[in-house]
Design a protein around this ligand. Structure first.
Ligand code: GAL
Length: 727
């Protein structure tokens, strides 16, 4: 070790030369420690989201001790701002920092976490800029602040760093780098204090689970929320909506809820929240008739109140200083504003049977929204209001439904930390199919749900390719607000679209169980391969590393090794979308045997395979021993208490162990214990065949399982133990 390194090491000894102090950590939940720097503000993300940690779920996670790096995390208040530094080691990768669209690996990034409409680059300005990241080394860091936080996620080198890179001569040394090695994440919070959560693993997946459980556990949508939803074209009237629902039924396409886009209100942008009497002369009759058809109504709105609304005067003193499209902006940090808004929604919509909302425009753009100089009567600074407005509208409207013991499932365009338990899915106006999939992957790192919604397409191929992916996402939706498209809009692929929408319905027991796991255990239903045991991006390296190795330059890894076009959907499925124009693609299989979802055939083990599935198929693979419960194809989700027959599919050669979740599908009674898990097991018998078993229904608990049949998808000849076929 040279003298410079020794000096640097001495300088780094805790508390001696560093101005920034070590942080005192207190364990607040199992495996979650809180530290305080300076004087944190009263207003923070977890308070706005009103999170109640899901202690039971947390207690089921493995015990873990304070991460070793805890005493090397430093914090101080300088120049009125809180500066936090978290060490990094070589080879470590970072995930998270909110809903990014183009990248999964975040090491080396400089981000300004700011709620905004996504502008085409991962800069930190996004719909859910959640200040939480996960290290590949199995710990996570969450900053509970509603400020615009700047993060240098391993960018910038201290002169006293023990790992300080050597200065090289650019002219003569080919190892010279424009971005030398950095050994820390530096976080700047523009406030005189902040709460920091250090979240233990041991695995990155455990970190994500702990974070979601800290935020109350994941949301459990009503069963119907996992069916198919169509958003009709703007300016539709009641007749057109009813006809459209009838057309779905007649043509045999599933439909669980229909979204009304602008046109149902007497005024929009800003909104009146009142029905337009010409297009919807009898809202109560309309909603009732739709419910009779088994189709629920979801209403688009933004929260900005038109002078034409009858709550304008009442809300005026409880709104911000600036308007949005000349509508007033409710100050949701003021309980009176919440009450006025909720009363209006209840009176005009929910009492009539409206099932939920799409709450638009709560993210940005800057030139629409209130500026940072705006004032709010609650005293909340405009910056904090911007960072939390999406949380406020979700929480306020969700509370309304919860009070009625009725679940909702809707859409929102902005969110932040603390949102895991809120029944909303994010979407936006951007439309890159590839980036929509990367966003779906990243949503699993930050406690939000994302839909790669289908809107329009240039060709039948694009239509089908987009449709195939939205079926494997939290909300299977066509948003036809502008295009007026229907599932059958491209006749050349209308049958394939129908097949996939019915597959979505058939898989409802699987999706529902996966959301129960999100709720009770914090496991995100849609997530990155990086969280999957046995996954190694190494087998996917496609670009030659030209400049040095990854040890010395972790930034290279971000562009060469990140996998952002395949993901895990629930416990057993690996989804590998194909994009328009592609005929073939590479799929990286984690270790273990994997099987084709459609045929049950063995496809590989811990390797990269090349697949050419044809237009009719999105590649989907199942883990060895995977069990997928499929109900009969239906056009609507089963009603509470209704029984459906289930085909239990088993894949591969390994024994299977699975738990199928059940409850009434619509209420919050599950919070009082009114739910059931049925044990499903598949065991190899002495004669070599596989046999499946399901545990008895629990007495007095919900049971929607009808007749069970078993389907062993993999031929016995596709032996799996050594990853080879033995035929
Ligand atoms: C946009 C929204 C679209 C659609 C449209 C209606 O802001 O992202 O999905 O709802 O408004 O005007």
């Amino acid at each position: 070790m040279n003298i410079r390194k020794i000096i640097a090491l001495l300088v780094c000894l805790p508390g001696i030369f560093y101005a920034a102090a070590a942080i005192y950590w207190t364990e607040v939940e199992p495996g979650i420690w809180k530290g305080i720097v300076g004087t944190p503000e009263d207003y923070d993300l977890l308070k706005v989201a009103a999170c109640k940690p899901a202690s039971e779920g947390l207690s089921r996670l493995p015990e873990v001790s304070l991460p070793a790096l805890a005493d090397k995390i430093r914090g101080e208040v300088r120049d009125g701002k809180t500066e936090i530094s978290v060490p990094l080691v070589k080879g470590e990768q970072l995930y998270g920092f909110g809903l990014n669209f183009q990248t999964v690996h975040q090491r080396g990034k400089i981000l300004n976490l700011h709620v905004d409409h996504y502008g085409g680059k991962d800069t930190g300005r996004t719909h859910a800029p959640v200040p939480f990241y996960i290290s590949s080394d199995g710990y996570g860091v969450f900053i509970n602040s509603a400020r615009y936080i700047t993060v240098y996620a391993g960018s910038g080198s201290r002169k006293d760093s023990p790992e300080a890179p050597e200065a090289l001569d650019r002219n003569t040394d080919k190892n010279w780098k424009a971005r030398p090695y950095s050994d820390a994440v530096a976080i700047q919070v523009p406030a005189p204090g902040a709460e920091i959560y250090l979240i233990g693993g041991p695995t990155p997946m455990d970190v994500v689970r702990r974070y979601n459980l800290l935020c109350g556990g994941g949301t459990l949508p009503p069963r119907w929320g996992l069916g198919f939803t169509q958003r009709t074209q703007r300016l539709y009237d009641a007749d057109m909506v009813e006809k459209e629902a009838d057309e779905f039924e007649r043509m045999g396409y599933p439909l669980d809820f229909i979204g009304l886009e602008p046109g149902w209100q007497s005024k929009a942008y800003p909104c009146s929240f009142e029905w337009d009497a010409t297009r919807f002369p009898d809202p109560k009759g309309f909603v009732g008739r739709m419910l009779d058809k088994n189709v629920r109504i979801n209403l688009w709105t933004n929260p900005y109140i038109s002078p034409a609304s009858d709550i304008y005067e009442q809300m005026y003193p409880h709104s911000g200083s600036h308007t949005v499209w000349c509508g007033i902006v409710p100050d949701f940090a003021d309980t009176e504003a919440q009450r006025i808004w909720n009363d209006k929604l209840a009176r005009e919509h929910i009492d009539l049977g409206v099932s939920g909302y799409k709450i638009d425009e709560v993210d940005g753009y800057d030139f629409y929204l209130w500026p940072d100089v705006a004032e709010f009567p609650s005293g909340t600074p405009a910056e904090q209001m911007r960072q939390t407005y999406g949380l406020w509208v979700q929480r306020t409207s969700a509370d309304l439904y919860k009070k009625r013991n009725q679940r909702t499932f809707g859409l929102v365009r902005a969110s932040n930390a603390g949102a895991s338990s809120l029944p909303y899915v994010l979407y936006n106006d951007y439309y890159s199919h590839q980036d929509f999939i990367t966003a779906l992957i990243n949503s699993g790192f930050c406690g939000v749900l994302w839909t790669p919604e289908v809107r329009g397409s240039k060709t039948g191929e694009e239509w089908l390719r987009r449709f195939q992916t939205v079926v494997f996402s939290p909300m299977a939706m066509i948003n036809a607000w502008s295009s007026g498209t229907k599932p059958w809009s491209f006749p050349e692929v209308a049958e394939q679209v129908k097949e996939y929408s019915l597959l979505r319905m058939r898989m409802m027991p699987y999706w529902y169980t996966e959301f129960a796991r999100y709720h009770f255990d914090g496991i995100p239903p849609f997530r990155a391969m990086n969280l999957e045991p046995g996954f190694s991006p190494d087998s996917g390296v496609t670009t030659e590393l030209k400049n040095g190795n990854l040890e010395d330059n972790p930034y290279l890894e971000a562009v060469t090794k990140e996998i952002k076009d395949q993901y895990m959907a629930g416990e057993y499925l690996l989804v590998a979308p194909i994009f328009t124009g592609e005929k073939t693609r590479k799929v990286i299989l984690p270790k273990g045997n994997w099987y084709d979802f459609y045929t049950g055939d063995y496809v590989g083990n811990g390797e990269t395979i090349e697949v050419t599935p044809g237009l009719d198929r999105i590649p989907v693979y199942v883990k060895d021993g995977g069990i997928i419960p499929m109900m009969e194809p239906r056009l609507h989700a089963p009603a509470p208490g209704e029984k459906t027959d289930i085909e239990m599919r088993h894949y591969g050669q390994a024994d299977g162990d699975y738990r199928l979740y059940d409850d009434d599908g619509v209420s919050y009674d599950y919070e009082k214990g009114d739910y059931a898990w049925r044990d499903i097991t598949v065991r190899r018998q002495k004669d070599g065949t596989l046999r499946g078993f399901i545990s008895k229904p629990l007495k007095g608990k919900p049971n929607s399982v009808g007749k069970v049949t078993w389907k062993f998808m993999t031929e016995p000849s596709h032996k799996g133990t050594n990853g080879q076929r033995t035929q």
